[in-house]
Design a protein around this ligand. Structure first.
Ligand SMILES: [Zn+2]
Length: 439
């Protein structure tokens, strides 16, 4: 995997937006969830420079740096802004931010607020930007797998499935079991959204999952993306587009210390135990995020309220062990979150939904995240079950927004109201009644 030059890494502008499932820790424990930093990039009409070119086609560019030790970066220009920098999509499917020059160092005097027509070479450290002939060709699965192995401990192997590249140093059978689950999830989601009126696209890049045998190696890897990896079972990052997790069969004493699963039946048996429900849910949850952001259900680094992204993932995360693969379908009640929601209902303030719609913080902060995740699941479940057309309309509306254009609280509420109706109190009452009927 091409490493991002250290200048960019240390700039503080490198954006990640990991989604992490809290482990169901008691209320009040800090989870160390990563903050999604605002990109601050303005959308730009792409392909404007040459009218002969297809205006919808993204521009493929090579960015060269002044410092000769920095490797050039080649990628499609997603968005750019003279003030904040460039966002590129590379051939491995990674989103790379190249930060803007510090204030006052830009050569152009008054372009700081206007999206400029051309990539700005005054951006910190950039020597030149060269237009390349497109379209960009995504890295082939096997090649991407080999690159991704560099992120794993020595001796790691990979499996290529229809839509995924799974790199692992676990047993073959554990990696295969996970890969099968991802593919089942993929097919399930495609079918589900098709029935709801959204035709998802096949992923443009192979979806990479890293499965570490040892939790320590996983935590070490996670440090590149966020702090607090030891409190998580897995996560997906929109910038790298990778999912990372570790062998979950050994935790909670489900296997003798040091033992590794060698049989598929044993994995299914271990994960069927009630105490493993959250572990399997994590695998499904993170795969759901990855699939949603790779099939066009959501736009990577788009502006999504957290409750919505997390609501969708929790909607799909409930395992079903009547099915041999551990996941039998969609739309089942998530009893973990339902139970948390019922507990929360006793103290739930009247403006709870309104706050959830606009305050992403509620899902990130340890003291509020359990209730906020539960309510996000409940609200999503309610809207998908009772207002599916409006929900699809809402997803499509947000899908149109380019990265780096965050909506403020008013815009968030306007978006929501434009799809689900003006009267949020009425909707909230309906929601609460609906939750009361769930068994
Ligand atoms: Zn999540």
């Amino acid at each position: 995997m091409k490493l991002i030059p250290s200048l960019l890494r240390s700039s503080g502008f490198l954006v990640f937006l990991a989604t992490v499932l809290p482990l169901g820790l008691p209320l009040g424990l800090p989870l160390g969830l990563p903050l999604g930093l605002p990109l601050g990039l303005m959308p730009k009409a792409l392909g404007q420079s040459d009218p002969a070119k297809n205006n919808d086609a993204p521009r493929l560019i090579e960015v060269r740096f002044r410092a000769s030790e920095l490797e050039p970066i080649i990628g499609e220009l997603v968005v750019q802004n003279a003030k904040y920098g460039l966002l590129l999509l590379n051939e491995d499917g990674e989103l790379i931010t190249i930060p803007a020059a510090p204030k006052g160092t830009s050569k152009s005097s008054d372009s700081s607020t206007e999206p400029s027509k051309e990539p700005d070479t005054s951006i910190l450290g950039i020597h030149s930007i060269v237009e390349l002939e497109g379209p960009m060709k995504p890295t082939a699965p096997k090649e991407l797998a080999e690159k991704s192995l560099a992120l794993m401990p020595q001796g790691a192997k990979f499996i290529v499935t229809e839509h995924f590249v799974v790199c692992y140093d676990t047993t073959d059978v554990y990696a295969r079991w996970n890969a099968n689950l991802y593919e089942r999830m993929y097919k399930g989601m495609i079918r589900f959204w098709k029935e709801k009126g959204i035709e998802l696209e096949p992923p443009r890049f192979p979806m990479v999952a890293l499965i570490f045998s040892h939790q320590d190696d996983y935590v070490e890897y996670s440090k590149r993306d966020f702090r607090g990896g030891e409190n998580t079972f897995g996560y997906y990052t929109q910038t790298t587009n990778r999912l990372a997790t570790f062998d979950l069969t050994g935790i909670e004493g489900m296997l003798p210390p040091g033992a590794l699963v060698q049989r598929e039946e044993l994995i299914t048996e271990i994960f069927s135990r009630p105490q493993a429900e959250r572990q399997v849910a994590t695998i499904l949850h993170e795969a759901c995020h990855q699939i949603a952001f790779n099939t066009g259900l959501q736009r990577r680094l788009g502006d999504y309220p957290f409750w919505l992204s997390e609501g969708i993932a929790t909607f799909f995360e409930s395992p079903d062990f009547n099915s041999s693969s551990g996941w039998g379908g969609t739309g089942k009640i998530n009893y973990f979150n339902l139970s948390n929601l019922r507990q929360y209902a006793r103290i739930r303030p009247a403006d709870s939904m309104m706050k959830l719609l606009v305050q992403d913080d509620l899902l990130r902060r340890g003291e509020t995240s359990t209730a906020a995740y539960a309510e996000s699941w409940g609200l999503t479940y309610f809207l998908i079950k009772r207002k599916p057309k409006n929900f699809v309309e809402y997803l499509k509306l947000l899908r149109e927004r380019l990265p780096g254009n965050p909506a403020d609280a008013k815009q968030r509420l306007d978006d929501f109201r434009s799809c689900f109706g003006e009267d949020l109190d009425k909707l909230d009452k309906e929601f609460v009644r609906f939750v009361g009927t769930l068994r």
